[in-house]
Design a protein around this ligand. Structure first.
Ligand SMILES: Cc1cc2nc3c(=O)[nH]c(=O)nc-3n(C[C@H](O)[C@H](O)[C@H](O)COP(=O)(O)OP(=O)(O)OC[C@H]3O[C@@H](n4cnc5c(N)ncnc54)[C@H](O)[C@@H]3O)c2cc1C
Length: 400
């Protein structure tokens, strides 16, 4: 699968940060994490923290899956608005999912400090109405979030203009969100944990997996065998190679980054992440190297050939979208990229065991806030591997 293409800003900015070896022998471990994107890195982190011996394997060079394409907005706001999610999964689970997102962002912020990763900034998030007709929907969402204790404020047209300097019919200002560099965070997490005993191999595709009664055996393309008591699939969208259940709808998404401005750009007084109610939604944020990233313009297909042909056109459209919102900021596109995006029936991730695939667990943070879900997945899976009950596991199970 060609997960991303073009020039993702993170990759251009950071390059290939660290080298990791290829697996060239048979090995045994307690847990093997399959996938070295942000989901695998977070899961491995929580495993190592618990003193569990683990190795992490990736087919690609580390981070070059979806992770390097991420625009790295961290939001607790799931692609399904809370009032709609309540209808789909019930009030208790819907509210809990939102609250887990809030705590995931705070935990990621603490983790970034712990591992010395400086490109992490707490932000607010402004979810604004793209059209006047979206106001009743957004107001309903605001009321439900407020009733459930989420820290939100309603901004009407004038207040929104006052705060952000652009015109929109109104929206929800949330107190908790963050921006980071997910590719960098992934490498920092791996380096931190390598120092604590994690073993990482990249450029090592796993071509077959046997789920035995007491262990799992993974065979690599170069015919080496990894024997492990447990396996965590952190394979991102390529999970479709391993399970037949249609859990994720794959589409295409686009993003651009402006040239760097000479001084920091603030999108309004609140310096928030912005996203809107358009379908597909548009989102934007400033970066710590004085650029602006804007993304969206998704397409329903995921063929990379079709997707990549559209990069120049999507890039122009996104730049125009920006200029419509902030005509007074001179945005010049410098980098454009595209990637696969995956959404689920309810906007929630899939975390935990799957049918009869013995001794294995899945850490699949899908959707617009895949990264916050990766944090949630890491913690849940580690408690499941330790044989503990986790009261949140059912919310994200394959059986829901
Ligand atoms: C343009 C774009 C913008 C995005 N913006 C945001 C955002 O702002 N906020 C947000 O939360 N999310 C965003 N996302 C989504 C986010 O990037 C993903 O949720 C996240 O990167 C997924 O990480 P992952 O570790 O699960 O998957 P990946 O990064 O894809 O990692 C999975 C790894 O598994 C490996 N693997 C798979 N199969 C095998 C195998 N058989 N053998 C060995 N290795 C294997 C792959 O090589 C891959 O590196 C965006 C995505 C795109 C494309």
């Amino acid at each position: 699968m060609k997960l991303s293409s073009g020039y993702p800003l993170s990759l251009i900015k950071n390059g290939l940060l660290f080298s990791y070896p290829k697996l060239e022998k048979n090995i045994k471990t307690d847990v093997v994490v399959l996938g070295g994107g942000i989901s695998g890195a977070l899961t491995a982190h929580y495993l190592i923290q618990q003193g569990i011996h683990c190795i992490l394997i990736d087919a690609r060079t580390i981070g070059l899956g979806s992770t390097c394409a991420s625009t790295s907005l961290l939001q607790y706001e799931i692609d399904s608005p809370l009032h709609q999610l309540i209808k789909m999964v019930g009030e208790k689970n819907a509210v809990r999912s939102y609250k887990l997102g809030v705590s995931a962002i705070k935990k990621l912020a603490a983790l970034a400090i712990k591992i010395g990763m400086e490109d992490f900034e707490m932000k607010k998030s402004f979810y604004y109405a793209a059209y006047k007709k979206d106001i009743p929907f957004l107001k309903k969402e605001f009321v439900v979030r407020k009733q459930n204790g989420l820290k939100v404020k309603w901004l009407d047209e004038d207040q929104a203009f006052e705060q952000f300097g652009f015109s929109c019919p109104g929206g929800i200002l949330s107190d908790v969100a963050a921006a980071t560099d997910t590719y960098l965070l992934t490498h920092y997490l791996l380096q931190y944990n390598i120092n604590k005993g994690l073993v990482v191999y990249d450029r090592t595709p796993v071509v077959s997996i046997k789920h035995n009664r007491f262990d799992v055996q993974l065979k690599t393309k170069e015919k080496f065998i990894i024997t492990s008591k447990k396996l965590v699939y952190a394979t991102g969208y390529e999970v479709v190679d391993f399970i037949s259940k249609p859990i994720v709808k794959l589409t295409s998404t686009y993003a651009i980054a402006s040239e760097a401005f000479n001084s920091p750009v603030k999108l309004g007084k609140s310096n928030a992440l912005l996203w809107n109610t358009a379908k597909p939604y548009l989102y934007l944020r400033p970066t710590n190297d004085n650029r602006i990233i804007i993304g969206g313009r998704d397409e329903e297909f995921f063929s990379h050939i079709k997707r990549d042909k559209l990069i120049p056109r999507k890039s122009q459209q996104l730049q125009k979208d920006f200029k419509k919102i902030f005509p007074f900021i001179s945005f010049k596109t410098e980098f454009s990229w595209a990637g696969i995006f995956g959404s689920t029936k309810d906007g929630l991730p899939y975390i935990g065991a799957y049918r009869n695939l013995r001794n294995s667990f899945f850490a699949l943070g899908f959707g617009g806030n895949g990264i916050t879900f990766s944090q949630v997945a890491g913690e849940i899976i580690v408690s499941l591997i330790k044989g503990h009950q986790n009261k949140d596991a059912d919310i994200f199970s394959f059986e829901r």
